[in-house]
Design a protein around this ligand. Structure first.
Ligand SMILES: [Zn+2]
Length: 464
């Protein structure tokens, strides 16, 4: 992991060191808590900032035979949990956690020793002491990693008070909200849905008694998000919802679920089809980009779900049928020229070529790369997954127009993942040049390509 980590030839090294390394970071999708940035949170110790909420690490620890009390338990200290993480680290060789962990130690803390049981105490103490200095507060870390823009993930009923405070204060990193209205289409549980709609009514000032009122209330919030600088939406969906429906059907389904009755599977899909369409129309009107994350099966383990809840490391790749419904969804919007800029993130790598060709169906010359194939996501966020995504996109679309990497992280220490992505990108391009498959005479253009995918394309595409 020296300065030429992942870069095994001169051209890759030149591309990385001269064109990628110094570009600022645009993190257009993540799950950082905006309150931590607004309040400039300081972290107590390395265990807390690393292990709190990080279900990637939790999964590896369970696989390594660590008892749950040392992972999510309340009766163990941050140090005890960290010690078990250090014990797991050597066993994580060839898992991206091994690279991520050591890149974070090097780039954030300047620690070059490998984490293992023998080094755990010294690393913990050195990093913990640094975390207590201003340079390592939430804002200090964003500055250290040269982060120009962060887009958090927010519910339409959120007050966005932290975004507003940061905006008024003029903090050097732009911290913008992202519209994530998943709960407005979560009609599986009538009581939870009703309670959500009541909160939506209260914050929007729109009294809600029928479906069109829901759309009016969401529009009020959409306008408010735009006023705070929002440029993107994000939707977590299992599969694409693109069934034909009539307005009368959707009105009746809304009345049924709002009245407390369980919906049938067919009704749920019709309702989600209507919502996904309406959300896209709103985004298109404002020139926003919609992101669609799909293909996960969540909460597979009932015993753990009942004891520790969602987002704890029990999700995996699903195998839903995608192509026809995805095509129909985008075509319905495109027919009236209301398809917004769109980023598609598949979780199943089986779908890489499918997505890479699907995006070509709806490019219309209005914006370079209007429909994007999102960077390797979640289980694909490593060298192997990134390389597969970059190769499919290059072969079937235009790599040069790609908006590149995002962290999708809850941790302020995750920013070296951009470096990891840029190294992977430079390695692929440099290797093609060495093999004579790309022209060595066009290094200026290739340098610009790398700069574009690392930084500039995203800045232009999202209009930050
Ligand atoms: Zn995400």
């Amino acid at each position: 992991m020296d300065e030429n980590f992942l870069l095994d030839n001169d051209v890759s090294q030149t591309l990385f060191h001269n064109h990628a390394k110094h570009q600022p970071i645009i993190d257009y999708h993540c799950h950082l808590n905006p309150a931590h940035i607004a309040q400039d949170r300081k972290f107590d110790n390395l265990g807390q900032i690393w292990l709190e909420g990080d279900h990637y690490k939790w999964r590896a620890m369970r696989t390594n035979g660590i008892e749950e009390r040392f992972i999510t338990g309340n009766d163990t200290s941050d140090w005890e949990k960290f010690e078990k993480w250090a014990e797991t680290m050597p066993y994580a060789m060839r898992n991206p956690l091994y690279h991520w962990t050591h890149l974070e130690l090097r780039r954030a803390f300047g620690v070059e020793t490998l984490l293992k049981p023998e080094t755990a105490r010294a690393i913990y103490e050195e990093c913990t002491a640094k975390l207590r200095t201003p340079e390592f507060s939430a804002r200090g870390l964003l500055k250290k990693f040269n982060v120009e823009v962060v887009c958090t993930t927010d519910d339409p009923i959120d007050s966005l008070e932290h975004h507003l405070a940061l905006k008024n204060e003029g903090f050097s990193t732009k911290v913008l909200p992202t519209w994530r209205p998943d709960k407005a289409m979560a009609v599986e549980n009538p009581a939870a849905f009703r309670s959500y709609i009541e909160q939506l009514s209260a914050v929007s000032g729109v009294s809600i008694s029928r479906f069109s009122d829901v759309i009016d209330a969401l529009q009020v919030r959409h306008d408010f998000f735009a006023s705070v600088g929002c440029k993107l939406s994000d939707h977590g969906i299992e599969e694409f919802y693109a069934e034909d429906y009539t307005q009368a059907q959707i009105d009746a389904i809304f009345n049924k679920v709002y009245g407390g009755k369980e919906l049938t599977k067919e009704e749920i899909v019709l309702f989600k089809s209507a919502m996904l369409y309406e959300f896209a129309v709103m985004d298109h009107q404002k020139g926003w980009t919609q992101q669609l994350h799909f293909g996960v099966i969540r909460n597979n383990n009932t015993r753990y779900f009942n004891s520790i809840g969602v987002d704890t490391g029990f999700d995996s790749i699903g195998d839903f049928t995608l192509a026809k419904s995805m095509s129909k969804y985008m075509d319905r919007l495109d027919a009236t020229n209301q398809l917004p800029k769109t980023i598609l993130y598949n979780l199943n790598p089986r779908d890489n070529e499918l997505i890479a060709t699907m995006i070509g169906n709806f490019q219309d010359g209005s914006v370079p790369g209007k429909i994007q194939f999102g960077s390797g996501w979640w289980f694909l966020d490593q060298k192997y997954g990134m390389t597969a995504q970059l190769n499919a996109l290059s072969a079937l679309g235009l790599l040069s127009r790609f908006v590149g990497m995002l962290t999708d992280s809850r941790s302020l220490l995750s920013y070296p993942r951009h470096e990891y992505f840029r190294r992977t990108l430079c390695h692929l391009i440099g290797t093609d040049v060495v093999k004579g498959e790309l022209p060595a005479s066009e290094m200026d253009f290739l340098g610009k390509l790398v700069e574009g995918v690392s930084y500039r394309n995203a800045k232009q595409y999202f209009a930050f």
